[in-house]
Ligand binder design. Structure first.
Ligand code: APR
Length: 176
């Protein structure tokens, strides 16, 4: 698939990911998978206590890996939980871990033959990843996956702040 075709499967919007009507939403979790603040907290609040009950049985998750659960009270059928990297200085393997969070989430979605997935801007909040670096890893990894796997999955980047929204819009415009 040409890069340009892959780009047509990607959309960017500002909003609350818990409201997305897609097959699966991705949660920027922590390694305990037992909830937290930010988007993690919002997803658990919206999904209800059954989500935490299922997460408890997963036994945690390493940074960059991903686990899938039901979506419960969310519109989304599933939630994929992935701990992104805690950003230190960019030289502790953070870029690879962030790329793996997107890649492993997409692989789980492909395994379930899901047709649509929504991502937040993983690690760019509490984990402090520089937004202008994270956007390139997020978008490039998604395009690479769609091309390599020839996988027609609709990808929505749901941003919660204007800075991320502009960065994603500008980066994608530059690729078109
Ligand atoms: N919808 C979409 N995006 C959201 C929402 C929401 N409802 N709430 C927050 N965000 C955005 C933030 O603005 C940020 O751009 O999600 C992005 C990721 O920020 P965090 O949620 O802080 O996640 P992260 O930086 O990956 O840190 C993970 O935070 O919540 C805890 O348990 C989590 O310990 C883990 C850490």
């Amino acid at each position: 698939m040409k890069k340009s075709e892959a780009i047509h499967l990607i959309t960017v919007k500002k909003g609350d990911i818990t409201k997305e009507s897609v097959d699966v939403i991705v949660n920027a979790a922590n390694t305990s998978l037992l909830g937290g603040g930010g988007v993690d907290g919002a997803i658990h609040r919206a999904a209800g206590p059954e989500l935490l009950a299922e997460c408890r049985m997963l036994g945690g998750c390493r940074p960059g890996e991903a686990r899938i659960t039901g979506g419960y009270k969310l519109d989304a059928r599933y939630v994929i939980h992935t701990p992104g990297p805690v950003y230190v200085d960019g030289r502790q393997g953070e870029p690879v871990i962030l790329r793996n969070s997107y890649l492993n989430s997409l692989n789980l979605a492909k395994e379930k033959a899901l047709k649509s997935i929504a991502f937040p801007a993983i690690s760019t909040g509490i984990y402090n990843y520089p937004k202008n670096e994270a956007v390139k890893i997020a978008v490039d990894t998604v395009i690479e996956f769609i091309n390599n796997e020839n996988c027609k999955i609709r990808v929505v980047f749901v941003l919660f702040d204007d800075e991320n929204l502009q960065l994603y819009k500008n980066y994608l415009k530059g690729l078109r």
